[in-house]
Design a protein around this ligand. Structure first.
Ligand code: APR
Length: 251
């Protein structure tokens, strides 16, 4: 494992590694969006220092948990609407446009990769997407604005208009099954990658955090770009410390 602590040196190394690769996969976490003003989860003052996650079973069992989950969802979506993609998002989108990048696998639900220009055919959202809602039973699509106004009107958590099932935002909660198609797309990209760059993730949440390991064992060069140490640093070929924005400044 080669640790580079100077962001400008890390930037040049990352640019060289990308230049020498043909099938790059980026794997991003909340750290890639903090420079857009969106807090991550596990840094000091991160979201989990302010509130407990709502687990899937809680959501299903308790209307109060569902109403709190919706409150958080609408608050987060308003924060994100005010945020802009940052230089890391833009650098990744530029590399996708240049044909180097086979996939951007993201744990993020903030939509900033889409807004920076990463096309949906290259984007794999393994923790879902905060802009959609669906019935947990029949998967019928529900419009978020309608859900918000129904809750404001009735004070009740919405039920599916088609089958009466529970309606939930399309974000994967702790304890909820991972999206099968997204995980298959991620695995396909990992098998082909010759460079796998994990950016802004503490790599503590499974099964997402097993993807960089799978890439490494499939033969890819593994680079971790993160301010804080992660459990996978020891198997990485290169660990680039420092601000993600600075590391991506030369890309
Ligand atoms: N530059 C470099 N690193 C940064 C920056 C930055 N500007 N900002 C944050 N980081 C790093 C932090 O050091 C931290 O290790 O990004 C990492 C973010 O880690 P987490 O907050 O744990 O976010 P993430 O890894 O995406 O969480 C995974 O956990 O709560 C669930 O579903 C949620 O998708 C999320 C998953």
């Amino acid at each position: 494992m080669n640790i580079v602590r100077d962001p400008s040196e890390g930037s040049l190394l990352l640019a060289d590694l990308i230049g020498a690769s043909h099938r790059v996969v980026f794997f991003t976490g909340a750290g890639v969006s903090t420079e857009s003003g969106i807090p991550d989860f596990r840094s000091p003052n991160g979201l989990w220092s302010k509130m407990k996650p709502i687990y899937y079973d809680e959501f299903v069992a308790s209307e109060e948990a569902r109403l709190e989950d919706w409150r958080r969802r609408f608050r987060f979506n308003r924060e994100v609407a005010a945020a802009e993609p940052n230089r890391a998002h833009r650098a990744i989108a530029k590399l996708v446009a240049g044909g180097k990048v086979v996939a951007v696998i993201t744990q993020n639900i903030d939509g900033l990769h889409q807004r920076s220009g990463v096309p949906s055919e290259h984007l794999v959202e393994i923790h879902g997407n905060a802009t959609r809602a669906a019935c947990l039973e029949c998967e019928a699509h529900h419009d978020l604005a309608e859900v918000e106004s129904e809750i404001a009107r009735t004070g009740r958590a919405p039920m599916c208009r088609a089958c009466g099932g529970l309606v939930k935002s399309a974000v994967v909660s702790f304890g909820q099954a991972m999206p099968v198609r997204a995980m298959m797309r991620a695995e396909y990209a990992i098998e082909r990658a010759d460079l796998f760059v994990a950016v802004g993730s503490s790599l503590q949440v499974q099964p997402a955090a097993s993807l960089p390991m799978a890439a490494k064992y499939s033969g890819a060069n593994l680079v971790i770009v993160n301010r804080d140490p992660t459990p996978l640093d020891a198997i990485a070929d290169h660990v680039l410390r420092g601000s993600i924005g600075e590391v991506f400044s030369a890309i």
